[in-house]
Design a binder for this molecule. Structure first.
Ligand code: FDA
Length: 399
């Protein structure tokens, strides 16, 4: 950390989160003078809380398919030039243990603070500087770069990297700084919206879902052509769990999502054989082998199941119809939990104005945007950090 604020640096990076710290470290390792500034007291707080405190720092299946953007091709170049294996090698070199949890998601064996210590240590060891608790008060272009006024004094830089993240979790210091700077320098901003966020419901749905809060099951969540096979969780406010967080990034307000509560193919066959074996059994009991008991009870209470006393009264056609209904349960969320709990921000600085090779502005030489503030949003599962590392490396290589 700096005790005195330098008045000049080749590069100033604003934002000491995942992308900004890594970018600063890579720039410093290239022998270029760099100052990373953040208004927060501590760096990379989102890394600290990520992955339940163990930071899901990458995903070995990273590829452009796992990212949303107005331009789905934009992320390809940076992702191809900085791969999960590159970041893993950095952890390995410092003896930071990691393991794969599921679906290619890599987590630290210990606390995520190890990654923050690594990033901060690498920045400082290579001669970079870090100014925390340093709000920016003004920012202007000069003849040969940028002048940045801060509460700790002014600093001049040839190049400026904006890495201030998105709007999610305002109580952690998230701001729209990157969007303001982008607009001021003539860039478009794709409307930021909360992503990887639980759905909330109103009325009967809200009451019903709250009544079985804590129940979870594997589902297939679908919006349009996009599907995710993961777990869904009923909550006091609506629906959450990985399947819901994933589909929320694609969801558009006012539209329904389709939930397949019976994602295998065997439900109709199972009900038909239950009917043959136990004709006197109730439908709710038979469904217990396919769905959590409390969910089956809730579906029966809201009239989503046929009202028949015994399986014997359920024709094969009605079994097929029931399975179709439960495989395409259409629900219209009232909204999402919003910025308060969204893991990331979808939308952001329009990639049309940036070089996909370097993240540099096409119109303002020396100005870069990296990380979550750019209109590139990853799936749940380590993809967002991989974008932070890859976009940071792309900019650092150009500085
Ligand atoms: P990030 O938000 O990390 O950093 C921005 C920095 O800029 C902050 O330090 C902030 O203080 C600073 N800043 C903001 N405004 C400023 C201003 N006006 N002036 C100065 N500084 C300013 N992803 C993943 O891949 N795996 C995971 O396990 C998780 N888990 C997870 C859990 C939770 C609860 C959240 C909220 C998010 C995740 N994520 C995640 C997402 C991941 O944290 C996110 O994508 C990255 O942190 C983005 O990195 P950036 O560096 O772009 O922004």
């Amino acid at each position: 950390m700096t005790s005195t604020m330098p008045t000049k640096a080749d590069v100033v990076v604003i934002g000491a989160g995942a992308a900004g710290l890594f970018c600063g470290a890579r720039i410093a390792e290239g022998g270029v003078s760099v100052l990373v500034i953040d208004h927060a007291k501590k760096p990379a707080e989102k890394v600290r809380i990520s992955g339940g405190g163990r930071c899901n720092f990458t995903n070995i299946h990273t590829g452009p398919h796992a990212f949303l953007s107005d331009n789905p091709h934009f992320a390809k170049s940076a992702l191809a030039r900085y791969r999960p294996a590159d970041f893993i090698a950095r952890l390995d070199a410092r003896g930071i243990g990691w393991h794969e949890k599921t679906l290619g998601q890599l987590f630290c064996d210990g606390r995520s603070g190890a990654i923050i210590d690594m990033l901060t240590g690498d920045l400082l060891a290579a001669g970079g500087q870090l100014a925390l608790s340093t709000p920016i008060t003004a920012l202007d272009r000069t003849e040969d770069g940028f002048s940045i006024a801060t509460r700790a004094g002014p600093v001049e830089a040839r190049r400026l990297v904006v890495a201030t993240g998105g709007l999610s979790i305002p109580k952690m210091g998230a701001t729209g700084f990157a969007y303001d700077i982008a607009r001021r320098f003539g860039h478009d901003v794709i409307d930021p919206r909360p992503a990887l966020v639980p759905f909330v419901f109103e009325g009967r749905d809200k009451t019903d879902f709250a009544s079985i809060s804590g129940v979870s099951l594997p589902v297939r969540a679908r919006f349009g052509d996009t599907v995710f096979d993961e777990a869904m969780l009923f909550t006091h406010r609506g629906l959450s769990g990985p399947a819901i967080l994933q589909i929320s990034s694609y969801w558009r307000e006012g539209h329904p999502v389709a939930i397949n509560l019976l994602p295998g193919n065997e439900a109709a066959a199972a009900l038909k054989s239950a009917k043959a074996a136990h004709p006197k059994q109730s439908l709710a009991t038979a469904l217990e082998s396919l769905l959590p008991k409390r969910l089956a009870g809730m579906l029966a209470a809201r009239g989503d199941l046929p009202d028949i006393p015994r399986l014997a009264d359920l024709s094969h056609d009605r079994i097929e119809a029931l399975v179709r209904t439960l495989s395409d349960w259409m629900l219209k969320p009232a909204g999402t939990e919003g910025w308060r709990t969204a893991e990331v921000t979808a939308g952001g600085v329009d990639t049309a104005g940036l070089s996909s090779r370097s993240m540099e502005s096409r119109t303002v030489p020396g100005l870069y945007f990296i990380g979550e503030c750019v209109d590139v949003t990853g799936w749940l599962g380590g993809y967002n950090f991989q974008w932070a590392w890859a976009s940071a490396q792309a900019a650092a290589a150009d500085c």
